[in-house]
Design a protein. Structure first.
Length: 452
């Protein structure tokens, strides 16, 4: 990901509240000493003014000596903590920098969700680089933008606040939340129940991966004999293999949402269950479509991790898209970015997504549609759907998975995903060194809320 950065940072130097108090006392001392001829007051005024000047020069030099670089993670999923690192480099040859605070603005591209990542470095020695970090949890999928980065210090007396603003902007895709699948989800994927054909095929060499040893049986190949064990026990022992199963499947996400209410981070309108206006008895219309997107992302991530699998992802939303991917990192990222950018629609064109899939790979793959509604409802709103999915239904290689009913419990271990309260989302900050946090009174990984 490329970042957009200004050539020169902006710097601001301001008196703090304590600095204004010092300035007032200094002015009073100068005025009193000049009018009354009290040398002691003039000496006190000189000390106070000297402290102000020293603070200004020190803090100004500190922010001018430090450069900052952001390092975003390669992957970030909603509801899962990810770490942002900041490289702080002190370019001064002689002067160390103390108590440098980093604040990085985070906002969604539609500017609905906003927050700040905050971390700090206690001391940066001359010509040294430190790496403070911030652990963030983002609740919603979508595109986010990081920047600008602010460096701030008030060391040593907190009389001046020196601030440097770096217009360093960088985008980040937050992928859909990954769910916990049940242990038998692969068996369900290849089962024929519900009219779905076998998606798994044997792949690799005929022997497959080594599984164990067993006694000789009629028909076993002589090349499978494990000679060392055979010689030790005096009976023929052969190697047993487990063949890997190759999945060739198309996942189509029906991003149907009926009634929008408030703007969400993905550019669509959705309710926030924590808002005061939210009625807990009123079902959230975005919950089912987000569950469908998360389930599709989870299955896709598990399948595409194996290079022998072939997965096609199709999206039926405001715009219909279909892409093909294998075990490559680029293909996986493209699919996750596509799911992160899905904008639900009241009239998704499921038939058009199915036709795009048919043009890419034909009907050789099995098709599984993950939807927040039943197939009957989808056919009523899209008369062309039955004709579009006919090539798969005739082969018996089609399944419609409605996440709004109890069929979802056969795939997802819901208790494992919903045992934590959403309000426990947090951001942890630290320097990576034990015993240091945002302030001396906080532990090494002190937390602050991030609601992006």
């Amino acid at each position: 990901m490329k970042s957009t950065r200004r050539s020169e940072p902006r710097r601001k130097h301001r008196l703090t509240r304590l600095g204004f108090h010092f300035l007032f006392v200094s002015s009073f001392a100068v005025l009193g000493g000049a009018l009354r001829g009290f040398n002691l007051l003039l000496v006190l005024a000189g000390l106070l003014v000297g402290a102000l000047i020293m603070q200004w020069r020190w803090s100004k030099r500190s922010v001018e000596s430090v450069s900052v670089t952001r390092r975003l993670p390669t992957e970030a999923f909603a509801g899962k903590s990810f770490r942002i690192r900041y490289l702080l480099r002190n370019h001064s040859r002689w002067m160390p920098v103390w108590m440098m605070r980093v604040e990085d603005r985070i906002e969604s591209v539609d500017k609905v969700d906003q927050a700040a990542a905050v971390c700090a470095a206690g001391v940066i020695s001359p010509n040294q680089t430190v790496q403070p970090y911030c652990d963030c949890v983002v609740r919603r999928r979508g595109r986010y933008r990081f920047g600008p980065i602010q460096l701030m210090t008030t060391f040593p007396f907190s009389l001046f606040r020196s601030l440097e603003i770096n217009d360093d902007f960088e985008p980040l895709h937050v992928f859909p939340e990954l769910l916990t699948l049940r242990g038998d989800w692969r068996a369900r994927l290849i089962s024929r129940s519900g009219g779905m054909a076998t998606t798994g095929q044997r792949s690799g060499p005929s022997e497959g991966d080594f599984f164990g040893l067993r006694e000789w049986q009629t028909g076993d190949s002589p090349k499978w004999i494990h000679w060392r064990t055979t010689a030790r026990i005096g009976e023929p022992i052969v190697r047993q293999f487990e063949q890997q199963r190759r999945f060739d499947v198309c996942i189509l996400v029906d991003a149907f949402q009926d009634a929008p209410t408030t703007a969400g981070s993905t550019g669509w309108l959705s309710k926030d269950p924590r808002s005061k206006e939210h009625d807990p008895l009123d079902p959230d219309p975005s919950a089912d479509v987000e569950m469908a997107i998360s389930l599709a992302a989870t299955i896709m991530v598990h399948l595409i991790n194996s290079p022998s699998n072939r997965v096609v992802l199709a999206i039926a939303a405001d715009e219909s898209e279909a892409i093909i991917g294998s075990g490559s990192v680029v293909g996986k990222r493209r699919m996750l970015e596509l799911l992160a950018d899905v904008v639900p629609s009241a009239l998704p064109s499921v038939h058009e997504a199915a036709r795009r899939t048919l043009r890419i790979v034909g009907n050789t793959q099995d098709l599984i549609v993950i939807s927040p509604r039943s197939m009957a409802e989808a056919k009523r709103s899209d008369p062309k759907l039955a004709e579009a999915i006919a090539p798969w239904t005739r082969r018996g290689s089609f399944r419609w998975l409605d996440v709004s009913n109890r069929e979802l419990d056969r795939w997802v271990a819901r208790d494992a995903n919903y045992s934590k309260v959403a309000d426990e989302d947090r951001t942890e900050t630290g320097t990576g060194k034990p015993g240091f946090g945002r302030a001396p009174s906080t532990p090494s990984k002190s937390g602050s809320e991030v609601s992006a």
